[in-house]
Ligand binder design. Sequence first.
Ligand SMILES: NC(=O)c1ccc[n+]([C@@H]2O[C@H](COP(=O)([O-])OP(=O)(O)OC[C@H]3O[C@@H](n4cnc5c(N)ncnc54)[C@H](O)[C@@H]3O)[C@@H](O)[C@H]2O)c1
Length: 329
Amino acid sequence: MPENKTRVAVLVQNELNLDLNEVFHDAVAQGAEIVNTPLYHTQDVQEVIAAAKGFDYVVAGREPWNAEVLSACADHLKGIARFGAGFETVDLEKATELGIAVCNAPGVNSKAVAEQALALTLAILRKITIYDRSLRADGVTAKMSQTLEGTVALLGFGNIGCEFAKLLSVFPVKVIAYDPYPNYQAANALGVEIVDLETAVRTADIISLHLPAVKTMKDFICKDVIDLMKDGVYIINTSRGYVVNEHDLADALRSGKIAGAALDAFKVEPFDPDSELKTLPNVVLTPHSAAVSTQAVRMVFNHCAGVIASYMRGDQPRSLLNPEYAKHR
Ligand SMILES: NC(=O)c1ccc[n+]([C@@H]2O[C@H](COP(=O)([O-])OP(=O)(O)OC[C@H]3O[C@@H](n4cnc5c(N)ncnc54)[C@H](O)[C@@H]3O)[C@@H](O)[C@H]2O)c1
C-alpha cells in the first residue's frame, strides 16, 4: 500500500453485505482505501483506538469518540461521519480543537424511526406483544385494549417528531409538541400545537420522546415529572435511554400510573438482560432497531459515503457539525 493512500475505516457493521467499494465509489475514485472493521458499538476506548488509529476518515457507530480516542487518533484523523442522527458520542469541542471535522446524518433515517414510533405506539395500545406471548403460552387471553385516540405529546419536534406527526395525521388524535426551538411552519402545516413542556407532560395521553441526549434532559422522565402526568399515560421512547430514569419508569409501570411503555433505547446498550423492565408485562422492548431497515441503512451508508467524498475533495458537507474545526487544522 502506498504510504500516502487515504484510508477510511467503516466502523459499523455491513449487515446488508453491500459492496463498500461501490457505495464509497466517489472516495475510491479519489484514491481511498475502504476498510470495514465493525466495532458493534463497543464502549471500550482501547478497542476504538486500535481500530481507528492511522485512518484518515472514519464512519463511526455509537462507540465513544471522547477526548482520549480523538487525541490518540489525531495524527491522521481528519474527519468523522457519524452513521446516524445522534452525535452525543462525539466530543465535538475536542474534535474542533484537534481540527477534526464531524458530520452526522440528520433526517436520513427519520421516516424509519417515525414508523417504528407508530408501530410501538400501536403495539403497546393494542397489546400486540402481550396477546402474542399469551397465545403462545396457553392460548388464554383476557382481551381489552385501547385504540389510538386522545392527545399525543411529542417531546422534541425535529426531523423524527415531524415525521411521526405526519403519520399520526390519519388517526383521531390531537398532536401537541414541545421543542425549545419550535419549527412553527412545520407545526402549522401538520396541525400540531406547540406547547410548553409542562402542558405537554400534564395533558398527554401518550408521550413520545424525540429529544436529543443533551445534559439538561438527562433522566427527564423521572418520578417528579411522572407525577405530573395523567394517570394511565403511555410512554414511547425511540430517542435515547439517557432521557429516562428507568427505575422510576419501572415503578410507575408497576403502580399503573403509567399504563404502558414501548422502548427502543436504553440506559445500557446492548439491553441489560437483568433490566427490571424485562419483568414487566406492560412494556414493549425493541433493541435500538428503529433506524435499522434495509432502506434506511442503505440511505445512511450513501449519506456517509457522500460525506467522506466531500471531505476528500475539501468541500464542506451540509451536515458538518463543527465548521470551526478548519481554524485548527
Ligand atoms: N432509535 C433510533 O434508532 C434512533 C435513530 C435516529 C435518531 N434517534 C434519536 O432520536 C432523537 C431525535 O432525533 P431527530 O433526528 O429528530 O433529531 P433532530 O435534531 O432533528 O430533532 C431534535 C429536536 O429536539 C429539540 N431539542 C433540543 N433540545 C431539546 C430539549 N432540551 N427539549 C426538547 N427538545 C429539544 C431540537 O430543537 C430539535 O428540534 C435523538 O435523540 C436521536 O439521537 C434514535
